[in-house]
Write a protein that binds this ligand. Structure first.
Ligand SMILES: CC(C)(COP(=O)(O)OP(=O)(O)OC[C@H]1O[C@@H](n2cnc3c(N)ncnc32)[C@H](O)[C@@H]1OP(=O)(O)O)[C@@H](O)C(=O)NCCC(=O)NCCS
Length: 185
């Protein structure tokens, strides 16, 4: 039997929209890196989480701006996992890509790895993963439409499918929270 790649739930995101040709996921990909210095240590000697959060947000912005061809703002940090600490002397690299699109929003996955031993040698080790939502905005801060994203490989299609699941969950949670009585934040 032929292997069937997972199909994104929001298959509409794969279609070109009038006046807005879809762009490939690969074209949205951006990489940012930085060194962890002693000044970035927490009290236990490892790198502070805020260092990674800032790198993740910056890489997310770079990919959102690239894909939407203009400014974009972070509207939600959907998920953030730190799987291993980083240490002074590590070179951390964040790779971001657009994995799903709505009308004006972009689901962005950011994968962070660390090159140990002063960035010198060895395979980069995964240390964190984040999923954020950016909204493309015009000069007045008003949301503007974005091109759809087109995955080309089985791995990219799987990322798109995961982004669609995340978007569905977000929507379900927002609906459920709105139905609750009393303050919501
Ligand atoms: C992002 C922003 C422009 C959206 O404005 P808005 O009035 O909520 O706009 P809309 O309701 O039309 O929503 C626009 C898009 O954002 C998405 N969105 C809004 N709130 C969201 C949330 N909490 N989570 C995920 N997506 C969200 C909507 O689903 C919509 O996506 P779509 O067009 O793809 O369907 C506005 O909320 C804003 O300026 N936020 C501050 C952003 C910022 O300053 N970030 C940096 C913080 S340091």
């Amino acid at each position: 039997m032929n292997h069937v790649d997972p199909v994104p739930h929001n298959a509409i995101a794969l279609l070109d929209r009038p006046g807005r040709a879809a762009k490939t996921m690969a074209a949205s990909r951006r990489e940012l890196s930085r060194v962890v210095w002693r000044s970035n240590e927490n009290v236990f000697g490892s790198g502070r989480g805020t260092l990674i959060l800032e790198l993740v947000d910056d890489a997310g912005w770079a990919t959102a701006a690239q894909h939407s061809d203009g400014h974009a703002v972070t509207v939600a940090v959907d998920h953030m996992t730190f799987s291993s600490p980083v240490w002074p002397g590590d070179v951390v690299v964040a790779t971001a890509q657009v994995e799903g699109t709505g009308n004006t929003s972009m689901d962005i996955g950011v994968y962070v790895s660390a090159q140990r031993r002063h960035g010198g040698c060895g395979e980069p080790e995964p240390v964190a993963e984040a999923h954020l939502v950016f909204v493309a905005v015009d000069e007045h801060g008003t949301p503007r439409p974005v091109p759809a994203v087109r995955p080309e490989t089985a791995k990219e299609r799987a990322r798109c499918a995961a982004a669609a699941v995340r978007a569905e969950h977000r929507q379900a949670m927002r609906t459920a929270l709105r139905a609750l009585p009393g303050p919501r934040s």
